[in-house]
Design a binder for this molecule. Structure first.
Ligand SMILES: Nc1ncnc2c1ncn2[C@@H]1O[C@H](COP(=O)(O)OP(=O)(O)OP(=O)(O)O)[C@@H](O)[C@H]1O
Ligand SMILES: [Mg+2]
Length: 386
């Protein structure tokens, strides 16, 4: 049985761990705090700062894992190249993890090297150079720190007066030691999707039905599957996903994000691991959920096909306050609703807007996706985390 070093132990890592334990694998769950969701279920748990290369090295040395599986972005991913040289398997690959943790690396690869259509973009390293970049891109435009996730440090510039604040805000939200930002033209998209893509060690690249989602404050609020879209548009997204995952190399599941506008599909970014919007697959919308697919790809087990079994929606349960003993009210209301389920991640503490669980709704394949989504959206309003 394989030994899996899971770097990041949040809700996505927890479901991955459940999938792994179901088929008898060994999981070492790592995070920066004790009792993280996946750590509650794994065989072993470790608490380290994953941006600390020496601490990472020590864990790899201690466990000698068969697979190193990152669950988050904020890891000293440069070390992954060294682990690969030593014969370790990094999922999906050192290159994928390293390129996607920095918006510059992945954007230049996608736009310049692979020729994928993206929003027009520039980089800036100061308020002054931001001004110049904005004048080249035009307004409105979106500013993001090169190293950040979940919308941290991200803002939209609508007028010249916003530029100074956008720079300051980006510096507060930036992770790591890089001060640079990317400035992107604002895409007035009709909808956005995550295309879960699975690359296999010995087998073709597979695609899950597209997932639609709605974002607020840089985090997703609801995700639904399938996202209704034209087949030719989906095909275009699939080709782009295949190109970028092939260039990044390795096997596993990827969450490839696209904007769909009147004038076509824009590649936005991707995660080389399960995607938060992919939690909708916990509503059994597919023959295998995204965590089971990731696990099979990690272990090199064949995935003969991905089939859609239901339509579904996930709506996030957010905390409203700080607590070191969060409690959940009105889950009975959710439980009493037919064709509905929920997950509580078991995070030991809460803070405003922290994601604590999801409500899942579903229907048969020929059901109405808007109705299923409205239902999840309404049910989640009842749940309060205190
Ligand atoms: N150029 C753009 N034009 C229009 N909307 C955008 C643009 N860039 C980002 N957004 C909106 O902001 C959301 C978050 O952006 P992005 O995915 O780049 O950031 P992130 O911090 O990496 O988010 P996450 O890590 O949660 O995926 C997008 O899903 C989209 O809704
Ligand atoms: Mg994103």
């Amino acid at each position: 049985m394989a030994k899996i070093l899971l770097l990041g132990s949040g809700e996505l890592g927890k479901e991955f761990t459940i999938a792994a334990k179901r088929i008898g694998q060994t999981v070492i769950a790592v995070d920066s705090y004790k009792n993280a969701p996946a750590a509650q279920l794994a065989d072993f748990a470790e608490v380290i700062n994953m941006l600390d290369g020496k601490a990472l090295d020590a864990l790899v040395e201690k466990y000698k894992p068969d697979y190193i599986v990152p669950e988050i972005e904020a890891i000293r991913t440069e070390r992954f190249y060294e682990y690969e040289k030593q014969g370790y398997t990094v999922i999906p690959s050192a290159k994928a993890a390293n390129f996607t943790m920095n918006r510059k690396a992945i954007r230049d690869l996608a736009a310049k090297e692979l020729g994928l259509k993206t929003a027009a973009y520039r980089y800036a390293t100061s308020a002054e150079s931001l001004k110049k970049a904005v004048s080249e891109i035009g307004m409105p435009c979106v500013v993001k720190p090169l190293m950040s996730s979940s919308g941290k440090g991200q803002s939209t510039i609508k007028t010249e007066a916003d530029i100074e604040n956008a720079w300051t805000y980006s510096q507060e939200g930036s992770r790591g030691d890089v001060a640079e930002v990317i400035v992107e033209a604002f895409i007035d998209f009709n909808y956005e999707i995550t295309l879960l893509t699975v690359t296999q060690r010995n087998g073709e690249t597979l695609f899950c039905p597209p997932i639609g989602h709605r974002q607020e404050r840089g985090d997703y609020m609801e995700s639904w599957q399938p996202a209704p879209m034209r087949n030719d548009v989906l095909k275009e997204a699939q080709q782009m996903a295949e190109k970028v995952t092939t260039a990044l190399t390795g096997c596993g599941i990827w969450g490839v994000e696209f904007f769909v506008a009147d004038n076509g599909v824009y590649f936005s970014e991707l995660s080389p691991r399960p995607h938060d919007t992919g939690m909708v697959t916990l509503a059994k919308t597919q023959n295998f959920n995204e965590f089971e697919l990731h696990l099979r790809a990690v272990l090199g087990l064949p995935i003969p096909e991905i089939t859609q079994e239901r339509i579904g929606c996930s709506a996030v349960i957010l905390a409203s306050e700080n607590s070191d003993n969060p409690t959940y009210s009105h889950l009975e209301k959710v439980a009493a609703s037919p064709k509905t389920d929920f997950r509580i991640f078991g995070k030991p503490t809460s803070r405003p807007y922290r994601r604590m669980g999801v409500v899942l709704t579903y229907d048969k394949v020929d059901g109405n996706i808007s109705e299923v989504t409205e239902k999840a959206k309404n049910l989640v309003k009842h749940v309060k985390v205190n």
